[in-house]
Design a protein around this ligand. Sequence first.
Ligand SMILES: NC(=O)C1=CN([C@@H]2O[C@H](COP(=O)(O)OP(=O)(O)OC[C@H]3O[C@@H](n4cnc5c(N)ncnc54)[C@H](O)[C@@H]3O)[C@@H](O)[C@H]2O)C=CC1
Ligand SMILES: O=C(O)[C@@H]1CCC=N1
Length: 254
Amino acid sequence: MKLTLIGNGIMAQSLARGLVKNHEVEMIGRNENTLKTIQEQIPQITIKTLDDQENIEGKNIIFCVKPYALGSVSTRLVGECDILFSILAGTKLSSLKNQIKSKYYVRTMPNIAASVQNSMTTITGDNEAKNIALDIFSSIGKTLWVNTENQLDIATAIAGSGPAYLALVAEALTDGAVNAGLERHLSKELVQGLFSGTASLLENSHPAIIKDSVMSPGGTTAAGYTKLEEGAVRDSMIKAINAAYSKAVELGKK
Ligand SMILES: NC(=O)C1=CN([C@@H]2O[C@H](COP(=O)(O)OP(=O)(O)OC[C@H]3O[C@@H](n4cnc5c(N)ncnc54)[C@H](O)[C@@H]3O)[C@@H](O)[C@H]2O)C=CC1
Ligand SMILES: O=C(O)[C@@H]1CCC=N1
């Protein structure tokens, strides 16, 4: 299947890197030089600059611009596409329907790990396009179909924004090891291994069980864990997800 990405930013490039393995990929952007540089890095894609009257008739579009650019880009699109897949945070299906003509509409929320084919992508929209959507986004990682846009907005907070939150934890742990006296390159390697091993454990174990099985009475883990509770890490995580979700809802009202 041929897929047309509109936008050439971080996410369009991440998606393209994964999608080229199984699909024909066209990338439409504003700047020819930027597109050429991207094509040098992902030679399988075809590139095209956005026309003032860009014909999308019969195409399968993955819309990858910033939410605020929906209005200005959509006025340049003519014709009716087959399926419009949007990755825009917060932007409602109703808003897409008002501004871009398509047979079917799908909202998706991938994450930056699409670039290494390990995205966690949440999807909702027209049921007629469900199987195609799951098939396309499965080629860049795991997928989860949900039935409401509200669920997708919550998924945006956790799986869309989540890499930034986990990256913060990874960076902080690394700094902690450096603070304790370990060389940075060794600290970094340890944290990479830690994340990968813990991700494997999480496939089959509840987080609380993992925590309980690590924490010995009066041991090192308990000593460190107390500090995390003092720093309200759990409370901060819950508040972060709530704030990101509220922002997605707010973007949807614009
Ligand atoms: N960065 C991330 O981790 C994720 C981002 N998203 C969503 O992906 C979308 C793109 O985000 P990024 O790739 O991070 O942003 P970016 O800034 O890297 O890319 C945005 C793209 O939109 C284009 N664009 C902006 N205004 C335009 C206009 N007026 N006319 C034509 N093109 C225009 C830019 O040229 C660029 O190609 C956003 O809607 C965001 O909500 C979704 C999941 C994860
Ligand atoms: O920060 C944002 O708004 C986008 C959506 C999810 C990840 N990045």
